[in-house]
Design a protein around this ligand. Structure first.
Ligand code: GDP
Ligand code: MG
Length: 175
């Protein structure tokens, strides 16, 4: 049986750590294997799912486009999951979360019509003086129907694998 291909997109403002997150997750095996005309890169990682199956996880990186506009439908198309990232030390990137989520939900759905499961990721937890509280993040998570939220530090390799693994569980219907 062929490995199941799962597309997960990573969105959020510039400089929050999206590209670093993908590099970290794929364990420095990242290669820009593909560059489309809309400026999207993706990285592939084979994820052992259980004894008999492996998932071919495709992580899509906006690759600079976020500076100019929100994403086109083409970027979201066929995504089975989403990581929406902000920087805990930059309140503006948190304030933009609701816009990113609205953009996603207005342009893309799963094939069954449901919302694309989206994990809210609060990156750069290693830095001092965060500008966003856990309470604010938790409220954002509930109000905008994220499947969950987590703090991460790409720098310190904190909660990176766990985040992706949780999102895959949601996608595969395990939770
Ligand atoms: P992108 O624009 O969202 O793709 O962000 P990048 O991955 O290019 O990262 C932007 C900057 O943030 C880079 O200088 C990274 O080294 C830095 N960065 C990313 N993740 C972390 C983190 O967890 N902690 C700290 N301190 N810096 C980070
Ligand atoms: Mg980037």
């Amino acid at each position: 049986m062929d490995d199941e291909l799962i597309k997960v997109i990573v969105i959020g403002d510039s400089l929050v750590g999206k590209t670093s997150f993908i590099h970290r997750y794929v364990n420095n095996t990242y290669r820009a294997e593909y560059k489309s005309t809309i400026g999207v890169d993706f990285a592939l990682k084979m994820v052992r799912w259980n004894d008999s199956s492996t998932i071919k996880l495709q992580l899509w990186d906006i690759a600079g486009q976020e500076r100019f506009t929100f994403m086109t439908r083409a970027y979201y198309k066929d995504a089975r999951g989403c990581i929406l990232m902000f920087d805990v030390t930059n309140k503006l990137t948190f304030d933009k979360v609701r816009k990113w989520k609205a953009d996603l939900d207005s342009k893309a759905r799963l094939s069954d019509g449901n919302m694309i499961p989206c994990l809210l990721v609060a990156n750069k937890s290693d830095l001092e003086s965060p500008q966003v509280t856990h309470k604010q993040i938790s409220e954002m998570c509930t109000e905008h129907e994220f499947v969950g939220w987590t703090e991460t530090s790409v720098k310190e390799d904190h909660m990176i694998k766990e985040s992706v693994s949780y999102l895959l569980d949601v996608i595969k219907g395990k939770c």
